[in-house]
Design a protein around this ligand. Structure first.
Ligand code: SAM
Length: 342
């Protein structure tokens, strides 16, 4: 029997077919829980890594992707931990590129080793990149991540040179820490030809600090600050996963995005699933609801996996309905972020 596990509760998925209107268009896959940075809000001090033999193989991930194309899947984002640390990551990109129906393969990375990987990724079929940078000040970047900002910038320059487009920058805005860098980020976007997306910090996992509402900088303030300097922002028709509200800054021909899970949630009609590093399907980042997929992906036939995915889609419909009736904006997910991948 397939059920949704939610912390210590088990919810049975009703025995019915999913509605024809429900589509799953976007899948995020966490390929490793290891990371070469140590962002204080994301990773705990002494993180215990999942043993290699418990991590899903690329072949099993691809089986899920193939079946999901029958339910509308078009975009796959590779994430982690740090996805560039997983061995043969380029091979995985190439495997995804072979799947009929998948026309958008992207990656979220900290870009510390991107310079080395960019060419092979591009050749394997990677279309676009999201790169995380929370501060443009090398000292503060180090304070937040324990990493070297210049490595990230070198990676961006290399990816641009190779024509990987678009490149988007993810900046988590933390009140009292980096909120005053918003205009510097806009200038960075202009200089490097990248779209900066500001993100509100969500209550997820267990980093080295306990999440607190006081750390969340509602992004309306950041938007106002940008408008004060550059003039009115114009809503853009930019295509993405739908999480970001994207705007053009006409005066400098640059785009910025705002991801506001707390101050202005964007859950309506969510068609996104996440595959965790050890093979569970997460229905929503804001809850602990998961469906174990590892065994069926390892041992099931294509028909069995399709039957399983039908149940997952029913569970996703129920999850979406629950979101309409509950305030999940402050829902707290206990799983560590690196195993989900953001
Ligand atoms: N290592 C890759 C990277 O750095 O982009 C991929 C994984 S990382 C978990 C993905 C994104 O999640 C990063 O942009 C990170 O800043 C963001 N993130 C982690 N914890 C978060 C939180 N509590 N709220 C919002 N974003 C978070």
């Amino acid at each position: 029997m397939i059920s949704v596990i939610s912390g210590d509760k088990i919810k049975i998925i009703p025995d019915k077919a999913p509605s024809k209107e429900t589509k799953i268009t976007y899948l995020r896959i966490s390929v490793t829980d290891r990371c070469n940075l140590k962002c204080f809000y994301c990773r705990p001090e002494n993180q215990e890594f999942i043993p290699r033999q418990e991590i899903l193989d690329y072949e099993d991930m691809v089986k899920l992707v193939k079946v999901l194309t029958k339910f509308g899947l078009k975009s796959v984002r590779i994430t982690g931990g740090e996805p560039l640390l997983r061995q043969d990551i380029e091979k995985f990109v190439a495997m995804l590129n072979e799947v009929k129906g998948i026309d958008d393969i992207s990656m979220t990375t900290n870009a510390i080793t991107l310079k080395k990987h960019a060419k092979a990724l591009k050749e394997a079929g990677l279309r676009r990149l999201n790169i995380s940078i929370d501060s443009l000040k090398p000292e503060l970047f180090y304070e937040i991540t324990k990493g070297n900002l210049q490595d990230v910038i070198d990676g961006i320059v290399e990816a641009k040179k190779l024509g990987i487009e678009p490149i988007k920058i993810n900046a988590v805005v933390i009140k009292g820490l980096n909120e005053n860098e918003a205009l510097d980020f806009v200038e960075f976007g202009r200089e490097y030809g990248v779209e900066v997306r500001f993100i509100e910090m969500m209550p997820i996992g267990q980093g080295q600090i306990k999440w607190d509402e006081d750390m969340v900088q509602p992004l309306e303030k950041v938007k106002n600050l940008i408008e004060e300097k550059y003039g009115e922002l114009v809503p853009s028709s930019s295509i993405g996963s739908g999480a970001a509200r994207v705007y053009e800054i006409p005066s400098i021909n640059t785009k910025v995005g705002f991801i506001t899970p707390l101050s202005n949630p964007f859950c309506d009609g969510c068609s996104k699933l996440r595959l965790t590093v050890e093979g569970s399907i997460k229905l929503c980042l804001r809850t602990d609801d998961e469906i174990i997929a590892k065994d069926i992906l390892k041992n099931g036939t294509e028909e069995e996996i399709e039957e399983f995915v039908r149940k997952v889609v029913v569970a996703k419909e129920i999850s979406n309905q629950n979101i309409q009736f509950n305030n999940y904006a402050f829902g707290e997910c206990q799983r560590i972020m690196t195993s989900i991948g953001g």
